[in-house]
Design a protein around this ligand. Structure first.
Ligand code: ATP
Ligand code: MG
Length: 401
């Protein structure tokens, strides 16, 4: 078998659409790939016109591919070999490779794609030549097989792909700026964070807890969820705040609206964190009418006054669908661990059709805004890292009080 260079080739589909910004998107994707793959796993990573090429170190090929499965912005990827643009070379390499572990015994569909239209290695010609040597090949050919080999002549040589693995899609994290994700520790908000990241948003997590101190061991469930989500973003910032100042401002007569007032409080905190972090959006795990506090009226009156754009990626999802996705992305098992939530908010008869002006009045009467401003001083900010990282998180007190 001719020696050819083994590489992993990454393709980026939707990024093609981005016109002038395309260069930035691709540079961001390359950066995210470098951060996602294990340290020391590659010899080089290069961006070509329409793909990113990774030259793996020996024994790292599969670990790199596993890592790429978590990177947003990739439409497909796979192991490939680069040979000269020469039909003799292509055929002899394919014959040798077909008898190796990588291809022997497989039943494959041969796809051809000529990136360089001036190349004489036109698709029908290539397939015809391969068919001529089919009795010498270690694999079978079947045009209905889902197992694909792709022969792709380009100006940089002919790429022989031995697979096409589906990427996670979306846009590279960071390409859409930052968003504050309100993370509750329930099932929904981690899924919302996932969808925000999928569209290129770098998450800054904000959690409001029921403890007096910012005790990270008591909120370990939240940091565990963030660690799982960090697989998709290579780290994030996490803010934690106590809820007691809010709780002490609420009176019995507000109980039917307590959850809505809590949300107003959360959005005030989220706005302040967004200012601090230069974030554009605030993301929640709300879904229309999933519970009393999420009727359209309540979504409206609980977020009125918020200064940043509020994104609710799960608006149109059923709970059962959200649970399936939470399982798929790896957060479900941690989300269902018992955890002491903020207040109980078990109003016997929660308002389902709140009137915005009424909630506005209560918000002012209870001085929620002041409670949020005072709570800002009680928070901490942590740097979180993907689980592979050994670095210890940096914890920063937002004030010395
Ligand atoms: P989840 O499954 O995400 O907890 P939920 O169905 O329990 O959502 P709510 O309790 O109404 O719904 O919360 C709606 C959203 O408000 C959450 O998805 C989350 O974005 C945010 N949220 C709720 N509680 C907190 C909290 N303690 N800290 C930060 N954000 C929160
Ligand atoms: Mg919840």
């Amino acid at each position: 078998m001719d020696r050819a260079k083994l590489i992993i080739s990454v393709h980026f589909g939707e990024l093609w659409l981005k016109g002038k910004n395309r260069g930035d998107f691709v540079a961001r994707l390359e950066e995210n790939i470098r951060a996602a793959v294990p340290k020391g796993s590659f010899k080089e990573i290069n961006t070509l016109r329409d793909r990113i090429i990774i030259v793996p170190n020996t024994r790292y090929e599969n670990r790199i591919k596993d890592a790429l499965g978590y990177v947003f912005g990739i439409s497909w990827y796979g192991t490939a070999y680069i040979v000269d643009n020469d039909i003799g070379r292509i055929l002899s390499f394919l014959e040798g490779l077909s008898k190796s572990d990588k291809l022997n015994g497989r039943t494959v569909r041969i796809e051809t794609h000529r990136s360089n239209k001036r190349s004489p290695l036109e698709s029908r010609y290539l397939v015809g030549e391969i068919l001529k040597i089919k009795d010498r090949l270690g694999f079978l050919m079947d045009s209905h097989s889902n197992d694909v080999i792709m022969i792709n002549p380009t100006e940089n040589g002919t790429f022989i792909y031995i697979e096409k693995l589906r990427g996670r899609g979306g846009l590279p994290v960071g390409s859409s700026g930052k968003g504050v994700v309100l993370l509750s520790g329930g099932i929904d908000s981690p899924v919302a964070a996932y969808y925000a990241m999928k569209r290129g948003i770098t998450p800054v997590y904000v959690h409001i807890h029921a403890f007096r101190e910012n005790d990270t061991s008591k909120s370990a469930k939240i940091t565990s969820i963030v660690h799982i989500l960090d697989r998709y973003s290579n780290g994030s910032a996490v803010y934690m705040f106590p809820s007691y100042i809010f709780e002490s401002s609420i009176k019995r007569e507000h109980s039917r609206h307590e959850m809505l007032l809590f949300k107003r409080f959360m959005f005030d905190i989220a706005d302040m964190v967004a200012d601090r972090e230069g974030a554009t959006a605030v993301i929640t795990g709300e879904s229309i009418a999933q519970v009393a506090s999420q009727t359209l009226e309540n979504l409206h009156s609980s977020s009125s006054g918020a200064r940043h754009i509020i994104l609710r990626p799960l608006s149109g999802f059923d709970k059962a669908e959200i649970i399936d996705i939470a399982r798929g992305i790896g957060t479900y098992e941690t989300s269902i661990i018992e955890y002491r939530d903020v207040c109980s908010f078990h109003a016997v008869n929660p308002s389902t059709r709140s009137i915005r002006s009424v909630v506005d009045r209560m918000y002012n009467e209870t001085s929620i805004r002041e409670a949020a401003i005072r709570t800002m001083d009680k928070g901490i900010r942590m740097d979180s890292h993907a689980p592979a990282s050994k670095r210890t998180p940096k914890i920063l007190k937002l004030s010395t009080q």
